[in-house]
Each structure stands twice: as structure tokens, then as C-alpha cells.
Design a protein around this ligand. Structure first.
Ligand SMILES: CC(C)(COP(=O)(O)OP(=O)(O)OC[C@H]1O[C@@H](n2cnc3c(N)ncnc32)[C@H](O)[C@@H]1OP(=O)(O)O)[C@@H](O)C(=O)NCCC(=O)NCCS
Length: 323
């Protein structure tokens, strides 16, 4: 059961108009038309993945009435950890003082929170875990190439946290679906700069340690995979589109969101959209949206929500949750 959520974003807002100030040839019109994005948050000095995730976690824990010592596990979905070793999850554990919790990162790119929630559900099914903090967080601004207009206009930073507890009957996760296809890994990746090709001055000069993306191919795959995931979510829960009160899709691009909703027969009035204000925050996008939906009073006792995600890997999946 998703007991409570919280989110946090950096202080600095970076609008589409701000790209002119860093010499990027683009326009508000181009970005809005193609993606629906108007602004994003960008981490500054003193802000990193640990601080954002910790802030989001504190809000979720306070809303759930859960203390740090009650946490059995912390699962952090991220593709932009503060350090490659150790995990950012252990840094969040230390910052919260959650001394009993096992903590680990899970990298499924933009599907990171959705995968993490399903892994947490599995941990709870073992009977040893009662209360788990599931976070999706990213500081993508530090792994994108700020000279590449194909990618730098799309992404943003932030974190969303969820406190999960063991479900009571008829509530919680009604269906869960996860898929991956590693044959398409090169369409959205960081080619170099890790174990396969450790950082050299040449790599830094060519910028091949930053995210690179074949935009059109990613777009087509996202539409196809999210449609598949939406179908599986309903089939798995034995529900029809009209049973869904709210669709919370991964917030990458308004056109992908609209295509997913249309395929699933869910009217846009029932679709939560905040990509205009956050950009694509990858693993953070769904939990930030869920936290905002909670704050807006869109989720009440008995509300049925469908989540659909897609990301690098490729990874994709879905979940239907009754609150
Ligand atoms: C990236 C994306 C917005 C590009 O939109 P598109 O409609 O495919 O763009 P097009 O192919 O029509 O246009 C590309 C042209 O715009 C230019 N362009 C790229 N970025 C630009 C920008 N920020 N501003 C202005 N022009 C830009 C390109 O250089 C290219 O020009 P060229 O044809 O002269 O080479 C779109 O492909 C997309 O959203 N893909 C999915 C990305 C995504 O969501 N990834 C994460 C998934 S989790």
C-alpha cells in the first residue's frame, strides 16, 4: 500500500527562454510544441540527489506518521547517483538516521520508481519487511550535455518519495507489470565514462560521458511500450478503462502522454500532467506527480490509479493501485 508521498525540487527554475543565455539555439515555441515542456528545476550549489531525496522522504514520512527507525528498507530508483560507489540510497539512509533499513539503488532509468515499488512489494511479500521507503530521484542536469539541444531541453531534476506498507485486503497494488529490452540499449544511453570506457580527457572533450539519445526512435518505442503497459495493467487488475479514476504516466513528453491515454481509452481529464513545469525528471517523474495529485486532493480512499512508465534500457511497466 502506498501510505503517503512527498516530493522536492531544486530552488532554481530554468525556463525555455533561459536557454538563450547559455547559447543554445532553440525557442520556447519549439520546445513546447514538440514536448509540452515550459520549464524545469535545476540543482545548484549545495543541492544533489541525496539532499533532494532526503527532503522528499521527510515529507512522505511525516505524512505517513512513520519515523526513520521504523523503516525496514530504502529503495531508490535513479540513473544519476551522486557517486558511482556507494549507492545514493545509503547516503539517504545516513541523512535520515534510518539505521535499521537496508538501502540500495535500482537503475531502471525513467521506470526506476515503478520498478522500485514493485520490488518493495516483493520484499514485503517475504514477510520480513513491513515499511519501505521507495524513492525516485534524479539530478540529470549533471549528466546531460548542456551544448546538445537534442537532449538538454528535455530533462529536469527532482525527487519523489513514497512510504509503502503491507497492503490490507482489496487495497494496494492490484496489478503489476515490468518489461525490459536490452537490445535497444544504444538508443538512449551514456556511451562512455564508466567501467566499459573509463573517463579520459578525450571522453570529456567529446562529451561521450553524457546522455545521448536517438529522439525519434525513443519516441516511437515509448508510445508502443506504454500502450502495451497500459493494456497489461488493466488485464492484470481485471478492470476496464472506466474503472480508472486517474492515470499517472511517466512525464517525458505531452505527445507520448496523449498517445498513451488515447490508446487506453482514458480521457485527458483523468490524466495527471505536470511535464510543463518539471520537464522529464526520469525516475522522479511519477512519484512527483503522485505527490502533487495527493496535494490537489485527487486521491481519496478507494481511488484507483494507473501508473505507466517507460525509460532507457529500454525498460517499461505499469501498475494499478487502489488507495
Ligand atoms: C526529441 C524530440 C522532442 C524531437 O522532436 P521531433 O519532432 O522528433 O524533432 P524532429 O525530428 O522533427 O526535428 C529535429 C530537428 O530539430 C532540431 N532540434 C533538435 N532539438 C532542438 C531544439 N531544442 N530546438 C530547436 N531545434 C531542435 C534538430 O537539430 C533537427 O534539425 P535537422 O532536421 O535540421 O537536423 C522527440 O523526438 C522526442 O520527444 N523524443 C522522445 C524523447 C524522450 O521523451 N526521451 C525520454 C524517454 S524516457
Amino acid at each position: 500500500m502506498l501510505a503517503a508521498t512527498g516530493h522536492a525540487v531544486p530552488k532554481r527554475v530554468f525556463t525555455n527562454h533561459d536557454f538563450a543565455s547559455i547559447g543554445i539555439e532553440t525557442s520556447d515555441e519549439w520546445i513546447r510544441e514538440r514536448t509540452g515542456i515550459g520549464q524545469r528545476y535545476i540543482a545548484g550549489e549545495g543541492e544533489n540527489l541525496t539532499t533532494l531525496c532526503t527532503e522528499a522522504a521527510k515529507v512522505a514520512m511525516q505524512r505517513a506518521g512513520v519515523t526513520a527507525s521504523e523503516l525496514d528498507a530504502i529503495v531508490l530508483g535513479t540513473a544519476s547517483p551522486d557517486r558511482l560507489l556507494p549507492s545514493t540510497a545509503v547516503e539517504v539512509q545516513a541523512a535520515l538516521g534510518a539505521s535499521r533499513a537496508v538501502a540500495f539503488d535500482l537503475d531502471a532509468a525513467c521506470s526506476g520508481w515503478l520498478y522500485s515499488a514493485q520490488v518493495a512489494e516483493g520484499l514485503m511479500a517475504t514477510g520480513t519487511f513491513e515499511t519501505i521507503l521507495v524513492i525516485g530521484g534524479e539530478v540529470l542536469s549533471r549528466i546531460i550535455n548542456w551544448k546538445d539541444r537534442n537532449t538538454c531541453v528535455l530533462f529536469g531534476d527532482g525527487a519523489g518519495a513514497t512510504v509503502m506498507k503491507r497492503s490490507t485486503r482489496g487495497r494496494g497494488i492490484l496489478s503489476a507489470y515490468m518489461r525490459s529490452d536490452g537490445t535497444l540499449a544504444d538508443l538512449l544511453h551514456r556511451p562512455k565514462g564508466a567501467g566499459n570506457a573509463p573517463v579520459t580527457p578525450e571522453i570529456i572533450l567529446e562529451g561521450s560521458h553524457y546522455i545521448q539519445m536517438a529522439g525519434r526512435e525513443v519516441f516511437k518505442n515509448a508510445v508502443r511500450s506504454m500502450a502495451d503497459a497500459a493494456d497489461r495493467a488493466l488485464d492484470g487488475a481485471k478492470l476496464s478503462a472506466t474503472d480508472i479514476d486517474l492515470l499517472i504516466p511517466h512525464q517525458a513528453n505531452i505527445r507520448i502522454i496523449e498517445a498513451t491515454a488515447k490508446h487506453a481509452n482514458i480521457p485527458m481529464e483523468k490524466v495527471f500532467v505536470n511535464v510543463d513545469r518539471y520537464g522529464n525528471t526520469s525516475a522522479a517523474s511519477i512519484p512527483i506527480a503522485l505527490s502533487e495529485a495527493h496535494e490537489k486532493g485527487l486521491i481519496k480512499d478507494g481511488t484507483t490509479v494507473m501508473f505507466v512508465a517507460f525509460g532507457a534500457g529500454f525498460t517499461w511497466g505499469s501498475m494499478v493501485v487502489r488507495f
